[in-house]
Design a protein around this ligand. Structure first.
Ligand code: FAD
Length: 486
């Protein structure tokens, strides 16, 4: 059986003993027992356990025709629209377990691994065989991945290219040596969400320096490969001990990390792109990795918008403000966002086409529109919650306060029209944790940036959108003979 249980997943991560740093110290204890990581690891474990629930197995697992082994739905290459539809339902089922707040549930990067593995003929030999093996191995072991595709934010001037050699000033991770065993990578990558908390890391090429082949590489390696370090940002979860006070932070803080490659040897069999500048330019588009990832992301964002709608309505009902027209208008804005995102997702799915590798790929344009739209809309949805909740997002006593001698006062003065005080505060804390806590602020930054810079994504939509038919209509209108009637 190739599907792990939650326990097996956590044991595997603990056993890897990855080099994870947080608050100036290397984590020595088991990651699953560390207060910064136990919440998210347990939440991911619960997702894996669902694969073993007989009622969910059909939705979340698949089998190959030839073998009886089960594998996770994300590893299935969709070849029909029906398989794409089933993929959406499974992704959304998992996403609902966190209100869409886990950006990197295992199906996200596993979708990239599946897409690259299914498109192996895009790569030259022996790299084609390598990516096929990486995919088959991941599918068989039900591996989880983090990924990184951006260089450190040092100098983003359009005129900047890093020039460095092995011994001096290397910042952006690059190939510094080739040996019989593999390639040596040295330097850093900007960010990997859940870096150190997954079995492996997928490293994809960065756009930009198209002249220097030492930046042209792609590979996947175990997270405990010697020299690989994950430097985590401050945890939001490690001081959040009460689920009542921090309902989301305690469970879903994914932790992001800078990834350092300190003379990391990447074995040849793990490399699937090497110094091939042409492949770098096409790796995201030709195998359709970007679109398959966007499909997963938009599925999740729809779920997140459902969650925001549910929260807005519950909040407004609790304090009885739903009769005001402007409140209805604000909640309608959330409804509109939900319907737009859903419609774009369904259009992309129903207009899917098979690519040359046999993958049924959703229509790109609606997904690109959804992604650009959500980068700007999500912060507005957050603002709507703030406007509805007003000071309710500030008067938020803790669970301890309720259990203390001032509890009675709180019960009396914080009650709402439609909920006793403790329930009302619980609801407001949920909305606050999604939108205003450290965890919540990161959620907003995540939706703005996780798929790329909004400015450049809009620009790529503009450039790839065929506008010819519309300019022709304008030309036709201009050329109509004004004296002719009809
Ligand atoms: C919470 C979070 C989680 C993330 N997780 C991951 C992850 O797991 N893996 C991963 O690889 N990445 C991850 N990212 C990184 C993400 O992909 C980048 O944030 C995104 O691609 C933008 O790059 P940047 O942050 O370097 O911004 P920059 O490129 O530094 O941009 C900074 C500002 O400068 C402007 N700018 C810079 N260059 C240009 C240009 N050429 N043209 C026009 N404007 C420009 C931008 O518009 C922006 O306003 C994550 C980001 C966030 C916020």
């Amino acid at each position: 059986m190739a599907i792990v249980t939650g326990k097996q997943y956590m044991q595997r991560i603990d056993k890897l003993n990855n080099e994870v740093w947080i608050k100036g110290e290397r984590v020595k204890e088991k990651l699953s027992e560390h207060p910064a990581f136990s919440g998210i690891l347990n939440s991911k474990a619960a997702l894996y356990d669902l694969q073993h629930n007989p009622e969910m197995a059909e939705l979340l697992t698949r089998t190959d025709d030839t073998k009886n082994d089960l594998f996770n739905f994300a590893f299935e290459q969709p070849t029909t629209k029906e398989e794409l539809r089933k993929r959406r339902i499974a992704t959304q089922f998992w996403a609902r377990k966190s209100g869409g707040t886990i950006g990197r549930s295992p199906d996200y990067i596993n979708t990239a691994i599946m897409t690259l593995g299914s498109s192996h003929s895009f790569f030259n030999e022996p790299f084609s065989k390598n990516i096929q093996h990486i995919f088959e191995h991941a599918k068989k072991k039900d591996l989880s991945f983090t990924h990184t595709f951006i260089n450190p934010q040092v100098n983003r001037s359009p005129h900047y290219l890093e020039f460095s050699n092995e011994n001096e000033n290397i910042i952006a991770a690059k190939i510094i040596k080739e040996t019989k065993e593999g390639i040596i990578i040295h330097g850093a990558r900007l960010l990997a969400t859940q870096g150190g908390l997954t079995d492996e890391i997928l490293v994809l090429p960065v756009g930009g320096n198209q002249a220097d082949p030492s930046y042209a590489y792609a590979f996947a390696i175990p997270s405990n490969t010697p020299g690989l370090k994950f430097l985590c940002r401050e945890s939001y979860a490690d001081t959040a001990t009460s689920k009542y006070d921090h309902p989301l932070t305690t469970q879903f803080d994914e932790v992001d990390s800078v990834v350092v490659f300190d003379h990391v040897l990447v074995p040849w069999e793990r490399v699937f792109l090497y110094q091939d500048l042409t492949a770098v330019g096409k790796i995201y588009t030709e195998p359709s990795v970007n679109i398959m990832l966007l499909f997963q992301a938009v599925c999740r964002q729809v779920v997140k918008t459902e969650f925001l709608l549910g929260l807005s309505e519950s909040l407004a009902t609790t304090i009885a403000i739903t009769d005001y027209q402007h409140v209805q208008e604000k909640i309608s804005e959330v409804i509109i966002a939900l319907e737009i995102m859903q419609s774009l997702l369904y259009t992309a799915e129903s207009e899917a086409k098979s690519n040359r590798f046999g993958t049924m790929v959703p229509h790109a344009k609606p997904l690109m529109v959804a992604s650009s739209y959500y980068q700007k809309t999500y912060p507005r949805l957050v603002e709507i919650l703030h406007l509805l909740g007003a000071s309710g997002f500030i008067s938020l006593p803790t669970e301890k306060d309720f259990n203390s001698e001032i509890g009675k006062d709180l019960e009396q003065y914080l009650q709402a029209k439609n909920a006793p005080a403790k329930e009302r505060v619980k609801l407001f804390r949920l909305a606050w944790d999604l939108t205003m806590s450290s965890f919540g602020s990161r959620q907003t930054q995540y939706e703005r940036f996780f798929f790329g810079d909004p400015v450049r994504l809009s620009s790529s939509l503009y450039q790839s959108y065929d506008k010819t038919a519309f300019t022709q209509q304008v030309t036709a209108m201009l050329n109509q003979n004004p004296t002719e009637k009809n």
